[in-house]
Design a protein around this ligand. Structure first.
Ligand SMILES: Nc1ncnc2c1ncn2[C@@H]1O[C@H](COP(=O)(O)OP(=O)(O)O)[C@@H](O)[C@H]1O
Ligand SMILES: N[C@@H](CC(=O)OP(=O)(O)O)C(=O)O
Length: 439
């Protein structure tokens, strides 16, 4: 039995947290490959080491005095080392980092040091071998992952190694230049390691007791989802449920390796099991709710647009020419609405409107800003009648004005558009009707 265990920043923010992690790993000898993140927040107003590194490197890049900031980062690591009573010094490592910052080694190199240094501490603490991710995780020049090389290098390096620590979040180009994944990317490293060694299980340890039905910052004490499919999870992660990086799913999914989300602060709890498919019926009609703010809608009106062949294509071409991707596109007989990410759209809004006028000669085009999209996801919805009706009625009771509702043809999700201001109220109302009402 081989398990890969990834610990998020919240699980490694202090020596106290490291001790919990050590106990978890030593309790089960199949927990052989450890992927740590950089130290996260110790308390809610604290700063993650990754963010400190970005800021520190920003100062170095602008020729400002970055040394006090780097010393602050060093102090965070020293606090952990001392708290664990380790005979380890990172003095030389920090000297090298200072030199590389001065030589402008790059933002991604800077950010990667958070995981790199935490990996060294973790390996020392556990007495496991340390493997620099720059030697086993490879990127292409365009920033995408070099999948084949990564898989081969990880496999070759790990096949003779029984217990190892591989820092998350970064890798390198063929020439050794350090690259990182996007934020939260240690989850992807864990998934790649799990695939390469054909792990039996990929445990992803965080600070919540699994994947929750809704974001705990919006709904007070939400229920834990015990089993979720990859497809459901992907819908929820994409829509902002940030527990697991959305790209962490593909490598393990293809290899049929389940992921178990666990809580470092409550290791006795089973957490959430993420699987390809399951016969287990979900406890509620819906599996989860997630959402994102910051969308804009472009409403296009033209009498009889439905009979105009090529209308949709011409409109979408305007977005394509302006390099804007669209999120949803509900349409009626004489209307069509395109949902886009507001920050991306704002810079080009007038070009897009002009382009639409030229392309399809609409009766009018109207913009609506500050919208949120909410995804209600569940494999159980297909077999249940009236789900959309229940959502409508819950939102009406909560006095939330629904701007859009869109049910995917797979019947796995329903997307609802509301004003940003109504976002939290809407999520709570949906949670209450499907979960609280059934408890
Ligand atoms: N549906 C959800 N279920 C669980 N946690 C969620 C959900 N949506 C958002 N979160 C947030 O995700 C956090 C865990 O992810 P993250 O901050 O990346 O942790 P880590 O530092 O362990 O990688 C939780 O603390 C919680 O606030
Ligand atoms: N430390 C990186 C990568 C990461 O995955 O962190 P975490 O596991 O704490 O989300 C970040 O902050 O983005």
């Amino acid at each position: 039995m081989k398990k890969v265990v990834k610990f998020g920043g919240s699980s490694l923010a202090s020596a106290e947290q490291f001790k919990k992690v050590g106990k978890i790993i030593h309790e089960d000898s199949s927990r052989r490959y450890v992927v740590p993140s950089a130290p996260g927040k110790r308390f809610s107003s604290d700063t993650k080491v990754t963010d400190m590194l970005y800021e520190c490197y920003g100062a170095a890049e602008n020729g400002k005095n970055f040394k006090p900031m780097l010393e602050k980062i060093q102090a965070r690591y020293n606090e952990i080392i001392q708290g664990l009573g380790l005979n380890l010094s990172l003095k030389d490592e920090f000297e090298k980092i200072r030199e590389n910052f001065e030589a402008k080694a790059g933002r991604e190199y800077a950010a990667s040091r958070g995981e790199y240094l935490n990996g060294i501490i973790m390996a020392n603490y556990l007495n496991f071998e340390f493997i620099d991710a720059a030697q086993v995780i490879f990127f292409n020049e365009d920033g995408t992952l070099n999948n084949d090389k990564t898989n081969t290098m990880l496999y070759e390096r790990l096949k003779g190694c029984e217990y190892a620590v591989i820092p998350g979040f970064y890798g390198a180009l063929d020439d050794g230049t350090v690259k990182t994944f996007s934020r939260g990317g240690s989850d992807i490293t864990g998934s790649l390691v799990a695939r390469a060694i054909t792990a039996d299980l990929y445990e992803n340890w965080t600070d919540v007791s699994g994947f929750l039905v809704a974001d705990p910052r919006v709904v007070n004490n939400p229920e834990v989802i015990d089993t979720i499919t990859y497809r459901e999870l992907r819908e929820l992660s994409y829509m902002g449920a940030s527990v697991l990086h959305e790209d962490a799913i593909f490598p393990v999914r293809k290899a049929g390796i389940p992921i178990n989300i666990r809580n470092t602060n409550a290791p006795e709890e089973k957490g959430t099991l993420i699987v390809e498919s399951t016969c287990r019926r979900p406890r509620y009609t819906i599996t989860g709710i997630a959402g994102k703010k910051g969308f804009a809608a472009i409403n296009i009106d033209k009498a009889m647009m439905n009979s105009e062949i090529g209308f949709g294509r011409k409109v979408l071409e305007v977005f394509e020419e302006n390099g804007i991707s669209f999120e949803h596109m509900p349409s009626g007989i004489d209307t069509m609405t395109i949902f886009v990410h507001q920050p991306e759209f704002v810079e080009k809004e007038q070009q897009v409107i002009a382009g639409i006028h030229r392309a399809v000669d609409p009766d009018f085009v109207e913009l609506e800003a500050d919208l949120a999209l909410i995804a209600v996801v569940g494999r159980g919805m297909k077999a249940t009648r009236g789900t959309a009706g229940r959502i409508f009625s819950a939102l009406a009771h909560a006095r939330v004005n629904v701007k859009m509702i869109d049910q995917g043809s797979s019947e796995l999700n329903i997307i609802i558009g509301v004003k940003n201001n109504d976002f939290e109220t809407a999520i709570r109302a949906i949670y209450d009707i499907f979960v609280t009402a059934q408890l």
